[in-house]
Design a protein around this ligand. Structure first.
Ligand SMILES: Nc1ncnc2c1ncn2[C@@H]1O[C@H](COP(=O)(O)OP(=O)(O)OP(=O)(O)O)[C@@H](O)[C@H]1O
Length: 304
């Protein structure tokens, strides 16, 4: 079985490359290497394997964005199995799917590969977007977009205080966020939510670097879970966030969860959106977007 590592050198605030240089010294089997040079490049690189006659193991060496790009390129190809080495910042992929611990484990897998199919989430706005773990609109997306754009982030990372920038943007966004109205349509039924903080569509339980936002999500059941949080005071929102790590937030009456293979969401204003924690533009105003399970599934290394 061919084994290809796809490295995102900027993942983990630039630490993925350093991790790779150490990791490669421990590899004792033949492998190929592909380096992502720009956003979207990993999808292009992996798409070239769509017609490969031989089975291939592609290992995304990065974080959630890297794995989304790798999987978007691999989806639909039965002979391409996706694995990962967690080298990002949040690494929610490795909480919901299998992630290799070391080169020895990869060598054992290649001798006896066992894989299983998984769902891929998708929606179309100005172009198709994919998500492996989750996509969402609102408060959390606005924080991720602003943190990623922040110029002080890189500087703070250098002095080991990168997390501080998150805290600053959580406070700024908490004070300035404009609550929105959300309309959800599923199976011909329409529900309206007012004063919404955020809405997240999940394929697996974890988002935001270890928060168990959607405890009942299973990534191979053909179903997505939508979580909507609305009508909370700022203080209570922080309290709810505090309980998300344990999954106990579902007990709050302001947290709603729906299950379906397709949801149409309409926001009454442009709201920041993310896919697997990376900024993905803003929602169109008063126009619905349909979030669903893609017809193209993908094959994951099995958890042992
Ligand atoms: N060479 C590159 N230069 C700039 N950006 C890149 C490059 N290669 C890939 N990217 C982009 O980097 C983004 C961030 O990567 P990734 O999400 O894997 O790391 P992370 O944000 O540190 O981890 P996590 O999402 O787990 O917190 C990806 O969405 C991808 O589009």
């Amino acid at each position: 079985m061919r084994t290809i590592f796809v490295i995102n050198p900027v993942a983990g605030n630039g630490n993925a490359m350093k991790k790779w240089l150490k990791f490669k010294e421990t590899i004792e089997f033949p492998f190929e290497l592909a380096v992502s040079r720009y956003s979207g490049h990993a999808t292009e690189l992996v798409s070239e394997l769509q017609h490969s006659p031989d089975p291939v193991l592609v290992i995304g060496f990065g974080g959630d964005g890297t794995l989304r790009e790798v999987i978007a390129g691999a989806a639909g190809a039965l002979q391409v199995i996706v694995g990962s080495i967690a080298a990002g910042s949040g690494n929610d992929f490795s909480r919901g799917f299998h992630s290799f611990e070391d080169a020895e484990e990869i060598a054992a897998f290649v001798k006896n590969p066992v894989s299983s199919r998984k769902d891929l989430g998708e929606f179309i706005d100005d172009r198709p977007y994919y998500f492996v773990s989750s996509t969402g609109i609102g408060f959390d997306a606005e924080i991720s977009v602003k943190v990623n754009r922040s110029r002080v982030k890189q500087w703070l990372n250098k002095i080991g205080m990168g997390k501080l920038v998150y805290l600053v943007y959580v406070i700024i966004t908490l004070l300035r966020f404009r609550l929105f109205r959300l309309t959800v349509e599923q199976d011909g039924e329409t529900v309206h939510y007012d004063k919404v903080w955020f809405a997240t569509v999940c394929n697996q339980p974890y988002f935001g670097g270890g928060m168990k936002i959607s405890p009942h999500s299973v990534p191979d059941d053909g179903i997505l879970e939508l979580t909507v949080v609305n009508r909370l005071s700022r203080l209570k929102l922080l309290l709810v966030f505090g309980t998300v790590f344990s999954g106990k937030h579902l007990r709050f009456k302001e947290v709603h969860q729906l299950k379906n293979s397709r949801f149409s969401l309409t926001a009454d204003q442009p709201v920041f959106r993310h896919v697997d924690g990376d900024g993905a533009g803003r929602t169109p105003e008063n126009r619905s977007t349909s979030y669903s399970v893609s017809a193209r599934d993908w094959h994951s290394v099995n958890k042992r």
